[in-house]
Unconditional design. Structure first.
Length: 81
């Protein structure tokens, strides 16, 4: 009985726009993470620089958060008129 109440409320609270946002946003974030990682990795030479490039990710984390913010804003404008 309790599980049917749960799934019924999940079904009633689920919006198609949320499903689409959950499917689209990870693609943009994965592209940003891979692009930034490849850009930094291909620019480094030598073992000491490579180690520093892989551990100093503060700016890159902020860049991924910025991409997440702008993609979310764009999808909200497009999907929720």
């Amino acid at each position: 009985m309790a599980s049917s109440v749960y799934w019924n409320s999940v079904w009633l609270g689920l919006y198609l726009e949320d499903v689409w946002m959950g499917l689209i946003k990870p693609l943009f974030l994965a592209f940003a993470i891979v692009t930034i990682g490849c850009h930094v990795g291909l620019r480094t030479t030598g073992a000491p620089r490579r180690r520093k490039a892989t551990t100093g990710g503060g700016g890159r984390s902020v860049a991924v958060l910025a991409v997440d913010f702008f993609v979310t804003k764009l999808l909200i404008v497009l999907m929720y008129p």
